[in-house]
Each structure stands twice: as C-alpha cells, then as structure tokens.
Design a protein around this ligand. Structure first.
Ligand code: ADP
Ligand code: MG
Length: 981
C-alpha cells in the first residue's frame, strides 16, 4: 500500500532559513514524481546510451554537491552556499588521518602526493522474483537519472530526495561497464605503482558479491571486479621482471582467517610506522603466473569460506571478504639520460645505480551486509557477534564521518577493518567505492542509510603516492656475482703465472747445470789445456750470467703478460656490461697480448681508467653504507617521534573525558533552564507570546534535523531526552493555548515531529493524536485544520495508530473537515489521512460505516490533481483490501466502493491525464474486476472498456498483464466482450 506520506511545514522556519528557502509547502514539481517513476523504466533504456557516452567520467568529475529537492525539510542539505566543491578546495591529510602519517619517508620523488578523492558509484539491483510479486503494486523507492549522475530516493508519492554520485549504474548496467567505471581506473593506478582499493558496501542481497566476487563460470559476461581486475593486471605486467602475489582472507568477529589455509585462523596485522604500510605477513601468499591459477585460488577461497562459516554457524553476509593483490614491478630505463663519452668507468658507476621497484597493492573488499550496523542484538545474533560485526562496520562509518568532517582525530585503531583500510580512506591509495541498493520500498530505510554512507565517503580526500623504491637487494646480488667472478679469474691467472715461473726456473737450472757439466767434461777430456783453466772459468762465468739474464728477462715478460691478462679480463667484463664500449677495447686487447704496456699507451690509459673505476666502485659502496647508517638513525628518530605523538594522543583523550563531564554538567543546567522557561511561558500565556513563538521556532528547527546524520546522534539523543522530560508535553499543552498564533505554531511543531517516524510513537503516547483530532473540531482556523490533518496523515501510517484514529472517531472528524474545507492543500491532507486508513484490512467496514468513502468521493469536487491523486490512492487501497478479503472468503457480495457510488467517478477518471491518479485507478479497477459479484455493475458502468484499454495500453507491464489476466479469467467479461463483438 501507498503509505509513504510525509508532510513538512516549512513556512514558519526561523528567518535565516526562510531567506535561503523561498519554497512553500510541498514543491509543485513533486506532483509529477509518480508519473516520472512510471516512466523510469523506459527512460532508463533511453538514457543508457547517454550514460555510456559519458565515458568514464567517474575518474574526473569533481562535483560532489549534496543536492536534494526535498523541500525545506532538508534545509541543511540544500546547496545553501555553493554545492559544488572546487578543484582547489583539496583537503590535506589531517595528521591523524587513516594512514596519513607514515608515507613521508617514501622514496618517491613526488613526496607531497597527488590529491585523489574517494570515488563513489551507486548500483541498483534489478527487482528479483520475490519483489516482482510482493512489490507488484508499488513503485520502486529509487529512481536513477544516470545522465545527470543522480539518484532520487522517494519519500512518498510525490516527494523525493536527490543525491549526486560520481557514477550512477542502473539495473541494466553490465558487469563490464561496472568494472570499467568503478575498478579499472584503480587497477590502472596500481599498475602505475599506487596502492588501490575497491570496496562494495550495501545491505545483504543488494549485489555486493555479484559486483565484486562473481566468477563468471557459467556466463563469461557476468565476471565480477576481482576476476576482471586480475585479467587487466596480467595483461599489464611482464612476468619476467614483475611478480604478482595474492592473499585472500575473511574478517569475522574481529578475527582474520586465511581463506587459502583454513588452519591459519588468527592472522595479525602488522603496521610499518615508517611507511604507513599495513601488511599481513601471516597470510598465505600465492604467486600468480596466469589467469587460470587465480581463478583456482578464488574458488578455493570460496570453498574454505563456506566450510569455515558452516563450522562457525554463520553466513557469509556477516563477514568481510578481503582480496589483497601485491604487485612488484621493476622500472627500466629510468636513468638512461646519462651523458656518455664512451667512458667506461662512468658507465660502470652508472650501472651500479640500483634499479627502481614499484610495490603497489590492490585491495578488493566485499563488506558484510550494512544492515548489521543497526541490528545489534536482534534475533539470531549472539551478543558477541553483534558487537563484533558492528564494531568493524560501524568503526568504518565513524572513520569516514571523521574524515569527511576533517576531524583531527580519526578512530582508525577501533577495529581491524579500519586498521586494514587505513591507506584506503584518507591515506595514499586510490579508492573507489560501489554502494549497492535494491529497489524495494520495503527497505527504504536501509537504502537511505547506504546512500548517506556513500555521500559521506565522497567527501574523503586521499593523497596518492607512488610506492617506489631503489632495488638495493638486486644491486647487491649483482655485485656479489661480479666479485666472485673476478676473484676466480684472478686466482686462475695467478696459478698460470706461478706455474710458468716454476717452469722457467726449472728450465734455467737445467741449462745451467748442462753448461756446468759441459765445461767439466771439456776440462776432463783435454788435460793439456789445464794450463788454460782460468780462461775456461772466465768463459763459463760469462755463459752463466748470459743465462741468468735471459731468465730474468723472461720472468719480467711474464709479469707484464700477467698484468695484461688481468687487465683484459676486467675489460671483458666491462665489454659485457657496455657493449658499445667493448668494440673500442677489443682490438687493443688483442694486441696487448704481445706488446708490453709501455709500448701501448692506449693500454696504459685503459689501465688507469680501470683503477679509477675501481676507486669509484669503492666510493659507491662506502656511500651506500653511509646511507644505510643514516636511514637507521632516522628510523630511530621517527620511533621517538611516535612515542611523543602517542603521548599527545593520551593527553587529548584525557581532555575529551574532561569535556564530556563538562557537557554532562551543561545538560543538567539546560534542564534547569527549561523548567524555568516553562515557568516564564505560563506567565507569558496571559500576556505577550513573542518569546514562546521563538522558543517553538528553535524547537522546530531542532525537530527538522534529519535523523540519519550519525555524527550528531549524541546531540540528537540529548534533544530527544529533553523532549521526553519536559518538551513534548509542554508543546502538546500549547495546542490548547488561548493565543491563536501559539496554537498554530504548536501544531506545526507537532506536525513536523510527526513527520519523523522515530517521534511518532512518543507523540501518540503523550496524547498528541487525541489533541490533534480535537483540534479538527475545536478550531475554526483553516491553517490549523490543514496542518493537523497532515500530522494525522503521517501518524496514520502505522496500523496501531490507524486503529486509534478509528477508535477516537477520527473518520467522522476528518469527514467534517473535508466537507467544510476550501483549500486544496487541506483537502489533500485529509484525503491522504483517509487514504492511509483505507489500506487497513481490519477497518474496512467501520471506515465505510462512518462515511469514509463518501468523504473521499465528496472531495473530488475540488479538481486539484493533488487531491484527486490522494482520493484515487484511497480507493486503490480500499479495493485491494476488499479483493484480498474476498479471496480469503472473509467477504462476499458487491464491493462497498460500488455500494457507496464510487464506480462512475472511477470510470470517468480511469484515463485521467495525471499519471498519479490514473495509475491508482487502474489498479483499483483491476482489483474490483477480480470478483464476479462486481461484474454486472462494472459492465453496466462502462468499466469493461477501461479494462480493455488498460490491458492493451498501460505503460506499466505488471498492471497491463494483471488487467489482461483478470479480463480473460472472468466469464461475465468474456461474455460481454463476445456480445459486443
Ligand atoms: P550481497 O552480496 O549484497 O548480499 P548478492 O551479490 O549475493 O548480494 O546478490 C543477491 C542476489 O541478487 C544474487 O542472487 C545475485 O545473483 C542477484 N543480483 C545481484 N545484483 C544483480 C544484478 N545487478 N543483476 C542481476 N542479478 C543480481
Ligand atoms: Mg555477499
């Protein structure tokens, strides 16, 4: 039934509001909201192309206006100042922001980072089979305008709030488009070396897992974000130089479980205070080489998740699933712009410059259902579970609120989820959030809170930073290998040299002893020559010194050769590293095998260069060592800084406690003041009423603050408490004040309070409903009638209140008001109230008996479409109840609507030009036609033709087919149609 019926009365806002809000009552434009919604299905298909043409504006748009057309009730959300955030209005990461603290020591060149706001897309799930049946008579509570990137959340038949998002994805959006709009820019950023996050948030059953985790086993087109992201990553890297590894976890009850190794069920989070990085070293990391292995990992994770959850006796909608992809890429050609004069030593030094690696992380999160936040302690939850589920999700909400409001303290440490995501919100990552909503008006509350979460997340600014560092590890590995090679070569050369010396020494000794032996033999063989002995000795010594000289010369040559060889081996090494230089060196090296160094100046030069190069290497090593020491020192400094910051934090907490005590005191003071104010009011009641009015205005202002604003829940609770203790009874008593102005103001305050569901019970309990009903008779004033009837209409949305209204003779009172009222808006409120009562199965007879139907029909004298639409809604509600009662066998005979003469008006208006009127009447006709007892009257009254028209032309498919079914299943209608040919 159409029970959305919120009225707000803005005309008496405090002056500063009325200046910015020249709107009065309910916006006229709102009267077409219903017809727009009917058209929404066709308008989607028309706008799809437009939306597709607006290529990935998701990545660039800066408009974040919180645009709503809900009339003055939403004064705080209207674009009062400027609703569009300018590009320059970038928020700098607050010192305590999620992950904002650490990254200063990153080696990235661009230390300041690039501003990057969190992007938020909203995705609407199509109606599911259950909703097709259960919500057949209702319009969706959400209407999308993808071309404007807007979402309208319907409050009632004509009034809706409008919100702007970075991207609006209709129920027709393909998985491919969702990936391209939501995740692709993030994946591209990750490939470029930035951290990235993609997260899905929404009520259970709205399509988070479908959007993020769908594997697409059966239908390739249904592949979700995780699968598509990995496809893009694999296509974007080179597996020779880059590596990809993934971990997959679930977070349940503040415990992180490894989905790739179920025995590993309590993983701890490690935070690097220097870089701000968060990691889970305990989680299994699997290296990914191809897409197939990734799919296997996801499947394995899903299986383990199912098994773990069965063991823990829970469902997956209660846990958060987290996929972490770690990407390590080496960056080539970064320092290629070296001025080179083929200088080998310079080249060598340059080649010793470490290469650069980029270590980026992509985190994809499928959050637990957001409805859990509100349902702590509800059935099916243990207290412990409710607490923990709430803890992580509500901590996330709190952090996002704090960031959106630029609050100095971000409560990151409150939960594991917020610790894990510290880099994603207010940190250095590019973050994209998709919020998922369903169309059903039954879940309007959840949908609204999901939307508010998305709106706040859009205000969070991140500062993207490149995750780049020098690859000292691989440089040191390279140097080690080179050094080992040189040492081995050196040892080989040395051995050759020593062997050669040994050989030469042996050779020389052999020659020497040969010579000696020759002389001795010669001496022995020619004794007569003994006389010439001195001459022989002389010759022998000459010979000996000749051999010795020869020996020394060959040793010298050998030494030269060895030096040359050593030089050559280093040169070869250089040649390997710098092929361009090698071509110059090679021919010379060949020559140098034979020529001594002194004879080859080029060689000499090379040798000198080589020495210089060695020196440079040594210097480089020394520099690296100093850098290491330096970075150790700065690390120590930072830890002492952290200790200081911790202390500051403790002080702040202490300060906060003090302030809270102060607030407590002030609240009790306020209570005191309010009692005093009560006293003053009594005095004033006899005299002037000015101050009472302004008091009411400020109450009114408070009553209008939207409830969903979490950040102010504290304040609001205290306001609500004050109401309970002193306020509400006082206001209700003012409904009977003597001063007419006071009465009008009071009834407006009550009406506005009644527009908030949360206040309704309190108002009724305090007797507000009775007072409002009384006003209908006791007052002559049309404004009072209008406002009181509006308040009654709002209260008449709940079944209990409907019964109370009936029991207190409300229908008669409303009927009397209807017959005397002139103002269309008064009639609209009265008709709205009666229409709500018409939807209650139990009250049908009584409502009719007290003239409710007649009163509705009487109001059509005013031809205003707003009034007609309410009358039609009432009739549709009534017909639906009757139809249900007939089907259950509770009711027999003609419809009471026909008894009371509603049929002629129904037939006349079945094709009313206002879609909101027409649609209700079409439904009413279908319900009436379902019962043979009504057939004769309907045929006589000309309703058959309308039914035929509806079954052919009605743009709403569900109504069209209902009409068709009804016509074909009724004997009387069939007979009549045959008779008329
Ligand atoms: P959640 O993870 O938010 O609880 P699911 O992803 O499990 O929700 O979706 C609930 C059901 O709705 C699933 O059967 C899913 O296939 C279906 N569904 C969700 N979104 C869509 C969509 N955009 N198109 C078609 N079916 C969808
Ligand atoms: Mg899910």
């Amino acid at each position: 039934f159409f029970f959305f019926f919120f009225f707000f009365f803005p005309t008496f806002l405090p002056s500063q509001f009325s200046r910015t809000l020249p709107l009065t009552g309910i916006p006229l434009a709102a009267t077409v909201a219903f017809s727009l919604s009917d058209l929404s299905r066709c308008s989607h298909s028309l706008t799809l192309d437009l939306a597709a043409m607006a290529t990935s504006a998701f990545g660039t748009t800066t408009a974040t206006s919180n645009y709503r057309n809900g009339g003055a009730a939403n004064a705080r959300n209207l674009p009062k100042n400027s609703s569009v955030k300018s590009k320059t209005g970038v928020r700098k990461s607050a010192p305590g922001s999620l992950g904002g603290g650490g990254a200063a020591s990153s080696s990235s060149k661009d230390d300041a980072g690039v501003p990057g706001r969190v992007r938020v897309a909203v995705r609407l799930r199509p109606r599911n089979a259950e909703e097709m049946v259960a919500d057949a008579d209702f319009a969706d509570c959400v209407e999308l305008q993808p071309e404007l990137k807007r979402l309208k959340l319907r409050k009632n038949n004509w009034d809706s709030d409008t919100y702007e998002f970075d991207e609006v994805l209709t129920e027709f959006a393909s998985q491919k488009r969702v990936y391209e709009v939501v995740a692709k820019p993030v994946v591209e950023s990750v490939l470029d070396g930035y951290n990235g996050t993609v997260m899905a948030y929404g009520q259970t059953g709205t399509g988070k897992t479908y959007t993020v985790g769908q594997l697409g086993d059966e239908d390739m087109a249904a592949r979700g974000i995780m699968v598509r992201a990995m496809e893009d990553i694999l296509a974007g890297v080179s597996l020779e130089s880059d590596s990809i590894s993934v971990s997959y976890m679930q977070l349940y009850m503040e415990t992180i479980q490894d989905l790739l190794d179920p025995t590993n069920d309590n993983i701890s989070i490690v935070e690097d205070h220097k870089t701000g990085d968060v990691s889970l070293p305990g989680a299994t990391q699997v290296e990914i080489r191809d897409h197939h292995s990734f799919l296997e990992i996801l499947k394995l994770g899903e299986d383990h998740r199912f098994a773990a959850n069965t063991k823990l006796n829970t469902e997956s909608s209660r846990s958060h699933a987290i996929l972490m992809v770690n990407l390590r890429r080496s960056v080539k050609g970064k320092d290629s712009a070296v001025s080179s004069e083929n200088s080998s030593s310079l080249q060598t030094v340059k080649s010793l410059k470490p290469s650069v690696v980029r270590k980026a992380k992509l985190v994809v999160v499928d959050l637990a259902g957001s409805e859990r936040i509100h349902k702590s302690g509800s059935e099916g939850h243990t207290l412990e579970e409710a607490k923990s589920i709430n803890l992580s999700l509500s901590a996330l909400g709190k952090c996002i609120n704090a960031l959106a409001e630029n609050s100095p303290h971000i409560p990151v440490r409150d939960s594991k989820l917020t610790r894990l995501l510290r880099d994603s919100f207010g940190g250095t990552a590019r973050t994209s959030l998709v919020i998922t909503v369903g169309p059903s008006p039954r879940h309007r509350g959840e949908t609204a809170s999901t939307i508010m979460f998305g709106q706040r997340a859009m205000k969070v600014e991140n500062m993207l930073k490149l995750k780049e560092e020098f690859d000292y590890k691989s440089l040191s590995r390279r140097l080690d290998i080179q050094l080992d090679k040189l040492i081995a070569e050196h040892e080989r050369q040395q051995k050759i040299f020593e062997d050669e010396i040994e050989r030469l020494t042996a050779e020389a000794e052999r020659q020497l002893s040969d010579a000696e032996r020759n002389y001795v033999q010669a001496l022995e063989g020619s004794s007569p020559l003994v006389l010439y002995w001195p001459c022989y000795v002389f010759c022998f010594q000459k010979e000996r010194s000749k051999y010795q000289k020869e020996y020394l010369e060959s040793i010298k040559k050998l030494e030269e050769k060895w030096t040359m060889n050593q030089r050559k081996s280093v040169n070869d090494e250089n040649k390997l590293r710098h092929k361009d230089v090698g071509s110059n060196v090679l021919p010379n090296a060949k020559e140098s095998k034979v020529a001594p160094i002194e004879e080859n100046p080029e060689m000499k030069k090379l040798l000198e260069k080589e020495t210089a190069h060695r020196k440079a290497v040594e210097e480089e090593v020394w520099t690296l060592k100093t850098q290491l020491a330096e970075s150790r020192r700065s690390e120590a400094l930072q830890s002492s800084e952290i200790v200081k910051l911790r202390k500051m934090l403790d002080d702040e907490a202490h300060q906060k406690e003090k302030l809270e005590m102060e607030i407590g005191k002030l609240q009790s003071h306020l209570l005191q003041l309010s009692v005093e104010a009560d006293e003053t009011r009594r005095q004033l009641d006899s005299g002037g009423s000015e101050e009472v009015l302004s008091g009411l205005d400020s109450l009114l202002h408070q009553s209008r603050q939207p409830q969903s604003d979490n950040s102010e829940t504290g304040d609001k609770e205290s306001v609500a408490k004050l109401f309970e203790q002193v306020g509400l009874h006082k206001i209700l008593s003012l409904l009977e004040a003597e001063d007419a102005d006071v009465r009008i103001h009071a009834v407006k305050v009550v009406a506005n309070l009644a527009a908030e569901e949360a206040n309704q019970e309190k108002i009724v309990e305090a007797g507000g409903l009775t007072s409002l009903l009384k006003l209908l008779i006791s007052s002559e004033d049309e404004t009072i009638h209008r406002v009181a009837a509006g308040a009654i209409a709002n209260l008449a949305m709940s079944e209990t209140n409907q019964e109370l209204i009936m029991a207190q003779g409300g229908v008669r009172l409303l009927s009397n008001t209807a017959s005397s009222a002139e103002d269309p808006q008064t009639l609209r409120m009265v008709a709205g109230a009666i229409a709500n009562l018409c939807g209650n199965d139990k009250l049908q007879m009584k409502l009719r008996g007290e003239g409710g139907i007649k009163a509705l029909l009487g109001m059509v004298r005013c031809r205003h479409p707003d009034v007609l639409s309410q009358v039609a809604r009432g009739i549709a509600n009534f017909a639906k109840c009757e139809s249900r009662a007939s089907a259950q066998g509770v009711k027999a005979g003609r419809s009471l609507l026909i008894e009371d003469g509603a049929l002629p008006w129904i037939v006349q208006n079945a094709n009313n030009e206002a879609a909101s009127v027409r649609r209700h009447i079409e439904l009413a006709l279908c319900h009436l036609a379902q019962h043979e007892a009504n057939a004769r009257d309907m045929i006589n009254g000309g309703a058959v033709w309308e039914m035929v028209r509806i079954s052919r032309d009605c743009p709403r498919e569900d109504i069209r087919s209902l009409a068709h079914r009804t016509l074909t299943s009724s004997h009387s209608f069939q007979a009549e149609m045959r008779r008329l040919g």
